[in-house]
Design a protein. Structure first.
Length: 392
C-alpha cells in the first residue's frame, strides 16, 4: 500500500482528525488563558465556543475512521450545520482580534450568515427528508444545499476581509480552507472516491488550515504579552523607560559597567510652551526632547522619564565624558526644538547609590536652572559653589 492510498483511507482520516484535535486543544488552552486574563470576555467566549464545536466535529470524524462506526442522519445534519457556524464564528473572532478598534467590524452580517445556515438546513430537509435508512451510511451523506451555502459563506467572509486589512497568513488560511472544502465536495459529488489524491487533499489540508490559525492566535498572544510588558516599563507619551524601570536599568549598568553617570534634564519654561502653544504642541516638543536624549544615550546607556518635563539618562563613562554627552544633548535640543534644557549630572565617583546619584544630578540641574538655564552643571561644581554660601 502506497502512502497516498494509506492517507486516503480511514487511517488518513484518523491521522488528520487527531492532528487537528491536538492543534485545537492548544488553541483552546490559549483562549481560556486569554478569557481569564483580559477584560474583553465576550470575544474570547466566542473563540472558546467555536474551538469547542470544531473539536467535537473532529472527534466525530475520528470516530468514523473506525470500522463499524456510523452517525445517524440527524446527527450528521447537525454536524454539518455546526461546521459552517463554527467557521463563521472563528473568522469573526480572528477579524475582531486583529483589527480591534481600527475597523468598525459589523456583527450583523455574521449573525445573518449563521441564521441562514439553519434556514438552508430547513430547506434541505424539506427537499430531502431524512429517514432511518440513511443512518446506515451516514458517513457518506451529502447535503447539497448546505454544502453549496458553505462555499458561499467562505467567499462572503473573504469579501468582508477587504476592509479589515488582515495579515497574509489569515488570507492563506482561507485559501487553504476553500481548497480543502472543494476537494471534499469534488470527491463527494463528482469522483465518489475514485481519485485517491483528491481524498488525501480533503483530509490533509485541514491540518494546514488549523496550523495557520494556531500560528495567527499564537502571534497575537505574543503581541499582547509584549504590549503588556512594554506598557509596564515604558512611559506612554515619550517612549522612554518609566521611573521604576529606569532605576532597574541604571542599577544593572552600575553593576556591569563602572564608572557611570546620571544626567538629569529639565525643559526650560515648559509651562509657557503649554500656555502659549497648547498641550498637543507641548507633548510633541516633549517627545522631540525625549527622542534626542534617547539617541544620545543609545549604545552607552538608557533614558527614562522622571516625571513631567524631567528626563533622565544613565550612561557608561568608560570611553566618553559625561559633560560631552550632556552638552551634546543640550546643544541639539536648542538647535532642533523650540525649547532649551537645563542639565545636571553626577557620577558614580560621587556616590555608588543610584537614588543618591539621581538626587545629586537633580541638585546640579537646579543650579543650572537658577543660574541662567540652558546650561550643563556637574554635581561637583554645584556642591563646591554651595559650600561657601553655607559657611557665610
Amino acid at each position: 500500500m502506497s502512502i497516498t492510498q494509506w492517507l486516503s483511507g480511514p487511517n488518513g482520516q484518523l491521522l488528520s482528525s487527531s492532528a487537528v484535535i491536538v492543534i485545537l486543544v492548544l488553541m483552546l488552552f490559549m483562549s481560556v488563558r486569554l478569557y481569564i486574563s483580559y477584560r474583553n470576555k465576550s470575544i474570547y467566549r466566542l473563540l472558546i465556543t467555536a474551538i469547542t464545536l470544531i473539536i467535537v466535529k473532529q472527534c466525530l470524524l475520528a470516530a468514523l475512521a473506525f470500522p463499524g462506526w456510523s452517525l445517524s442522519s440527524w446527527l450528521y445534519l447537525d454536524f454539518t450545520i455546526l461546521q459552517i457556524i463554527s467557521f463563521i464564528i472563528i473568522n469573526f473572532v480572528f477579524m475582531k482580534l486583529y483589527t480591534g478598534r481600527s475597523v468598525q467590524l459589523k456583527v450583523i452580517p455574521f449573525i445573518i450568515m449563521s441564521m441562514m445556515t439553519c434556514v438552508i438546513a430547513g430547506i434541505q430537509f424539506a427537499i430531502a427528508p431524512l429517514t432511518m435508512e440513511t443512518a446506515i451510511r451516514s458517513q457518506n451523506l451529502t447535503f447539497p444545499a448546505l454544502d453549496f451555502y458553505g462555499i458561499i459563506v467562505i467567499f462572503m467572509i473573504m469579501l468582508d476581509t477587504r476592509s479589515a486589512n488582515m495579515s497574509s497568513k489569515y488570507y492563506a488560511s482561507l485559501i487553504v480552507f476553500i481548497a480543502s472544502e472543494l476537494a471534499r465536495l469534488a470527491d463527494a459529488y463528482v469522483f465518489h472516491g475514485s481519485l485517491i489524491w483528491v481524498i488525501s487533499m480533503s483530509q490533509l489540508l485541514p491540518i494546514v488550515y488549523y496550523t495557520l490559525l494556531f500560528v495567527l492566535l499564537f502571534e497575537w498572544v505574543i503581541e499582547r504579552l509584549l504590549y503588556s510588558y512594554q506598557s509596564s516599563i515604558m512611559d506612554g507619551l515619550t517612549g522612554l523607560y518609566n521611573r521604576r524601570h529606569f532605576y532597574l536599568k541604571a542599577e544593572q549598568l552600575l553593576q556591569s559597567s563602572k564608572p557611570i553617570a546620571v544626567l538629569f534634564c529639565d525643559i526650560d519654561n515648559f509651562k509657557k510652551v503649554n500656555d502659549t502653544h497648547g498641550h498637543y504642541k507641548a507633548d510633541g516638543v516633549l517627545k522631540q526632547v525625549a527622542e534626542i536624549i534617547k539617541e544620545e544615550s543609545s549604545g552607552i546607556g538608557s533614558a527614562g522619564r522622571y516625571g513631567g518635563e524631567e528626563l533622565l539618562s544613565c550612561i557608561s563613562i568608560k570611553r566618553v565624558k559625561p559633560e560631552i554627552v550632556a552638552e551634546s544633548i543640550r546643544r541639539r535640543i536648542e538647535q532642533e526644538t523650540i525649547v532649551t534644557i537645563s542639565v545636571g549630572f553626577s557620577t558614580s565617583k560621587e556616590s555608588g547609590d543610584i537614588p543618591k546619584m539621581i538626587k545629586q544630578a537633580d541638585e546640579a540641574m537646579y543650579h543650572s536652572k537658577t543660574t541662567g538655564k540652558n546650561k550643563v552643571t556637574p554635581y561637583k561644581a554645584a556642591a563646591s559653589r554651595r559650600k561657601p554660601l553655607a559657611q557665610g
